[in-house]
Ligand binder design. Structure first.
Ligand code: GLN
Length: 547
C-alpha cells in the first residue's frame, strides 16, 4: 500500500565525530536493502553558503555532486552507501537558508512584515527539507553539530515543528550519543546520553531511537537503564559499536534491530533486508589475499579527512583486487630530489591528489619524476594530472621551467593555464573567465562528458569511449603544447566531446601512468569500485610482484 513520504531526522549529542554521517548513510543502506527508495540531506549550522571556500584542514573534503554543488563530505558517505542521486537540494547551511530569506526580503516577498527566525527562517528550513523529498519513500535528514550548540537551534526548532506539519506517523527522531567505557570504574557510563537527551527534550524533541556509540556491546541492563531515563523502548536503544571497516555499520545496526525498529515505528511494511552484498564487501575488506602500499603525496597529510573519498576509492580498488591497501601520506614539502627515493621506495604505487595553491608543488613534481623513471604505477588526479604534465614537459620534452600559470605567471611554457574562453557542455554555452573572475564562479564544477580513446589505459579501465566524471578546478591543459608533448611520448587519451579540453593523459613505455583532470574518487562505491582505481591497484600489485 502506498504511504506518505517518511522523514527520519538524525541528531548528535555529547560530542562531534561520533559518526552521524555514517549512521545516516547506514540507515539509508538498510532501508534500500528492504526495497525502499531513500534520499539523504545534510543541514549544516555554519554561515558559509557552501563548504567550497572552506579550508580542508577545518572542514575536511569538499564533496562534489553531478550537478556541480560543492557539499559536505557526509554526502560522499550517502552516495557510497546508497543509490540516492544527490545535488544542491541535499545540503543546506545556515548561510544558504539566510541568503534565500534575505533575498526574498529584499524582493519584497514578506509584504512589510518583520522577518524573524521563527517563523521565516524555520519555514525556509522546512521548505528546504521538502525540496529533497520529491518522489522517495524515506528522507533521512542529518543535522550537523551537537545538541547544545547555539548555531543549530533554528534547525532543531524546524524539525520539531515538522512532525506536527506532516503527521507524527511520518516522522522519526534518531539521536546518536556516546556511551564511554571508564577504565577506572570498569564500566560504561550512561550519564552523557541522559544529559544529551534531556537537552533535546528541553527544546521539544523526544528521540524515538538512540544510537549509542561505544567500544563494546551494551548489556541488557545498560540498555534498560538508558531506556528508562531517556523515555524510549529498550529495543530502541541500539549499540553503535566501533568498527574496523565502515562498511560493517549497516550489518551491525541490522543485528541490533535498527531497521526493524525504524519500519515498525514509521508503519511501513517491507520485505526482509538483503544484505549479502554488504557482507561480501566486508569479508573482502577484512581478509584479503594480497596487500600493497600506496604513497599519497599531498598537502593535507595530517588531516586524512581531507581526502575522504580518495581513501575510500583506493580501498574499493583493493576490494576489487582481493588486496589490502595501506596508505602512506607524504607531505609534498618534504619530498625533495634528495629525499625522494628513501621516501618513495616502499611504495607500490604513487598518487598525487587534487589541490590548490603553490605550496609543495616541486615535491609533487619530484614524485612524478620518480614514478615515471622508476616505472612505479602513478595516478595523478586533477592537480595531480597537471603536475604530471609539468613534469613531463620539463624532463621529457625539454621545456625548462614549464609550469602552470597558477604557480608561475611568468613561466616560458605555461603547459597548464587559465583557459579564458571555452565551450561548456553542461550549459551548451561559451564560458569566459579571467584571473580576476570571482573565485567561486570561475571553476569547472560537476559532471562533464569525456571521450576516451581506444588502445589506452583509460579505455582498458572503462571498457567504453563515452564517460562522465566530476570536476572541480580552474586551470586546464594548454593545447598549444599538445603536439610537442605527444611527440615525446605523452598520450592524450581522453578529451571533451569537442576535443578542446584535455581530460586524461598517459605516457608511453610505462606500465601504468595516468593523470585525469576530473575527480574519479567521487563516483567510486564499495560494490562498484571505480575502474581507474581498480586498475591502479592492479598495476601496483603487479609492480609489487604479487600478481
Ligand atoms: N589548482 C588546480 C586548478 O584549479 C587543481 C584543482 C584541483 O586539483 N581540484 O585547476
Amino acid at each position: 500500500m502506498p504511504f506518505n513520504t517518511k522523514f527520519i531526522f538524525v541528531t548528535g549529542g555529547v560530542l562531534s565525530s561520533l559518526g552521524k554521517g555514517l549512521a545516516a548513510a547506514s540507515i539509508g543502506a538498510l532501508l534500500e536493502s528492504r526495497g525502499l527508495s531513500v534520499t539523504l540531506q545534510k543541514l549544516d549550522p555554519y554561515i558559509n553558503v557552501d563548504p567550497g571556500t572552506m579550508n580542508p584542514f577545518q572542514h575536511g573534503e569538499v564533496f562534489v555532486t553531478d550537478d556541480g554543488s560543492e557539499t559536505d563530505l557526509d554526502l560522499g558517505h550517502y552516495e557510497r552507501f546508497t543509490n540516492a542521486k544527490l545535488g544542491a537540494d541535499n545540503n543546506f547551511t545556515t548561510g544558504k537558508i539566510y541568503y534565500s530569506v534575505i533575498t526574498k526580503e529584499r524582493r519584497g516577498d514578506y509584504l512589510g512584515g518583520t522577518v524573524q527566525v521563527i517563523p521565516h527562517i524555520t519555514d525556509e528550513i522546512k521548505r528546504s527539507i521538502q525540496l529533497a523529498a520529491d518522489g522517495v519513500d524515506v528522507v533521512i535528514v542529518e543535522i550537523g553539530g551537537t545538541i547544545g550548540d547555539i548555531e543549530s537551534l533554528p534547525f532543531l526548532e524546524a524539525i520539531r515543528q515538522f512532525k506536527t506539519d506532516v503527521g507524527k506517523e511520518n516522522v522519526l527522531y534518531i539521536h546518536l550519543t556516546l556511551v564511554p567505557y571508564i577504565a577506572t570504574a570498569g564500566e560504561v557510563k550512561t550519564k552523557p546520553t541522559q544529559h544529551s537527551v534531556k537537552e533535546l527534550r528541553s527544546i521539544g524533541i523526544q528521540p524515538d531511537i538512540l544510537l549509542c556509540r561505544t567500544d563494546r556491546f551494551l548489556s541488557k541492563e545498560i540498555k534498560a537503564k538508558i531506556a528508562l531515563f531517556c523515555n524510549v523502548g529498550i529495543d530502541a536503544v541500539i549499540t553503535a559499536k566501533d568498527v574496523k571497516c565502515i562498511y560493517e555499520c549497516p550489518l551491525l545496526f541490522h543485528k541490533e534491530g535498527l531497521d526493524d525498529k525504524i519500519v515498525e515505528l514509521l508503519h511501513i511494511w517491507t520485505r526482509a533486508p538483503r544484505l549479502e552484498a554488504w557482507e561480501e564487501v566486508v569479508q573482502k575488506f577484512m581478509a584479503p589475499k594480497y596487500s600493497v602500499t600506496i604513497a599519497i603525496v599531498g598537502k593535507y597529510v595530517d588531516l586524512t579527512e581531507s581526502y575522504k573519498s580518495l581513501n575510500e576509492a583506493l580501498y574499493h580498488g583493493g576490494i576489487a583486487n582481493d588486496c589490502r591497501v595501506n596508505l602512506t601520506f607524504l607531505d609534498s614539502e618534504k619530498v625533495t630530489p634528495g629525499a625522494c627515493a628513501p621516501l618513495l621506495e616502499k611504495a607500490d604505487g604513487i598518487l598525487v591528489p587534487g589541490g590548490f595553491g603553490s605550496r609543495g608543488i616541486e615535491g609533487k613534481i619530484c614524485a612524478a619524476t620518480y614514478a615515471r623513471e622508476k616505472k612505479v604505477p602513478f595516478f595523478g588526479i586533477c592537480l595531480g594530472m597537471q603536475i604530471a604534465v609539468i613534469e613531463f614537459a620539463r624532463s621529457a620534452a625539454g621545456l625548462e621551467n614549464a609550469n602552470s600559470s597558477e604557480f608561475d605567471e611568468k613561466t616560458p611554457y605555461p603547459v597548464i593555464y587559465l583557459m579564458t574562453e571555452w565551450y561548456d557542455e553542461k550549459t551548451a554555452t561559451v564560458q569566459k573567465r579571467s584571473a580576476s573572475s570571482e573565485k567561486g564562479a570561475s571553476m569547472r564544477l560537476g559532471a562533464y562528458p569525456c571521450r576516451v580513446k581506444e588502445n589506452s589505459l583509460a579505455f582498458a579501465a572503462y571498457g567504453k569511449t563515452d564517460i562522465s566524471e566530476r570536476h572541480r578546478h580552474r586551470y586546464e591543459f594548454n593545447n598549444v603544447f599538445q603536439a610537442q608533448l605527444e611527440a615525446h611520448g605523452l598520450v592524450v587519451s581522453g578529451v571533451s566531446p569537442r576535443g578542446d579540453l584535455v581530460e586524461i593523459i598517459e605516457i608511453k613505455d610505462h606500465p601504468w601512468f595516468l593523470g585525469c583532470q576530473f575527480h574519479p574518487e567521487f563516483k567510486s562505491r564499495p560494490m562498484v569500485p571505480h575502474p581507474l582505481f581498480r586498475d591502479f591497484i592492479q598495476a601496483a600489485l603487479a609492480y609489487a610482484g604479487k600478481k
